[in-house]
Write a protein that binds this ligand. Structure first.
Ligand SMILES: Cc1cc2nc3c(=O)[nH]c(=O)nc-3n(C[C@H](O)[C@H](O)[C@H](O)COP(=O)(O)O)c2cc1C
Length: 328
């Protein structure tokens, strides 16, 4: 596999502004599905100079180190995959002292994802990252780094699910983090709720600058030999093409309800899939599961999007939310 250079897919027509961040194109990775530093280790530092994404989102950072859930934690399913990783990782201190300095050499914006088990943990995470960035990222870091609140992980038994499913809890977390975080603040929503638009409205009302949706759908798989749950965690999160129509519906409803930009994801594998999300109201799209089979897919989707838009004689601005407008 060779590393395709950014020049293939950077086009002035694809530039997107997400609050203070400027993205060369609207295709990013979904948190937890692309390890860009590992790609750079294998393919060289050019990956960081010309990343295949409009912005890079690392996996969710927790306050303390976490082992994650018991194995098995991941399985392919018809038209998708199910995972119950359970937010494994080294925690805030390891991230700040380890990956962060190298991630700050990326030529694209960085969107840091945090996940807490109480509102206080989100605030501590945001404050810790802000201090590290103020000390290490130089003036103007808010134009290069945003924060995404993962309030939507279905695999952790306390905290996240409750916060992500309850408008009151969302308001509490978002407004508390808002006081600590001066830059772009995104809230990433779980689709495992009855009315996702109300949750989005609560987040936007509390100060979120953008909404990201959707995280995985809670599901399970049975091990055919034992007829017991396959995943060590019993349940997991379903992603991939199987969830795309469900995700499109969520984006459509959120766009109709809130004024802030929406980052759409769920089963995107092609430029045409990305176009569907833009039509429903996404300003930026994210590729998750499909990136495991092709880490350069985001770049190819961006080029495909440019071609597709020019063939249709449309601009990005024309297309965002077009599915809400009556045909002329
Ligand atoms: C293996 C795996 C790990 C994930 N880890 C995270 C994570 O750390 N934080 C997060 O917000 N979402 C995480 N997600 C959810 C994705 O970011 C995305 O919201 C979801 O997979 C839907 O997009 P897709 O259908 O394109 O995969 C993960 C998904 C997968 C498949």
């Amino acid at each position: 596999m060779t590393f395709p250079m950014q020049s293939q897919h950077s086009s002035p027509d694809l530039i997107v502004h997400l609050g203070p961040l400027t993205l060369a194109h609207p295709v990013i990775n979904a948190s937890g599905t692309m390890e860009i530093l590992e790609l750079a280790d294998v393919f060289g530092e050019d990956v960081l100079k010309s990343p295949p994404v409009g912005a890079y989102v690392p996996k969710t950072i927790t306050l303390k180190p976490r082992q994650g859930n018991l194995p098995p934690r991941i399985l392919e399913t018809p038209a998708g995959m199910i995972n119950a990783i359970g937010l494994s990782g080294g925690g805030l201190e390891a991230f700040v002292g380890g990956s962060l300095p190298r991630l700050l050499t990326l030529s694209c914006p960085l969107i840091l994802s945090i996940g807490g088990f109480s509102p206080r943990e989100y605030v501590e995470l945001a404050a810790g990252l802000r201090q590290a960035l103020q000390a290490g990222a130089g003036d103007g870091w808010t134009q290069r780094v945003g924060l995404e609140l993962n309030v939507s992980c279905p695999n952790v038994h306390s905290g996240c699910l409750l916060i992500g499913a309850d408008p009151g809890e969302i308001e509490g977390v978002v407004s508390a983090v808002r006081r600590e975080w001066p830059g772009l603040l995104i809230t990433k929503l779980t689709p495992n709720v009855t009315d996702i638009a109300s949750i989005a409205a609560a987040a936007a009302g509390a100060g979120a600058d953008a909404i990201s949706a959707v995280n995985t759908f809670k599901g399970m798989v049975i091990d055919r030999r034992s007829l017991r749950p396959f995943l060590g965690n019993v349940t997991g999160g379903l992603s991939g093409p199987a969830i795309k129509p469900l995700a499109l519906r969520a984006i459509f409803e959120i766009f109709a309800r809130v004024e802030v930009p929406v980052i759409g994801m769920g089963g995107i594998r092609s430029a045409e899939d990305a176009l569907d999300f833009l039509a429903c109201g996404a300003t930026v799209v994210a590729v998750g599961s499909a990136g495991f089979t092709d880490p350069w897919l985001t770049g190819r989707i961006a080029s495909g999007l440019a071609t597709s838009l020019s063939e249709r004689g449309l601009t990005l601005r024309d297309v965002v939310g077009i599915a809400h407008r009556r045909e002329a």
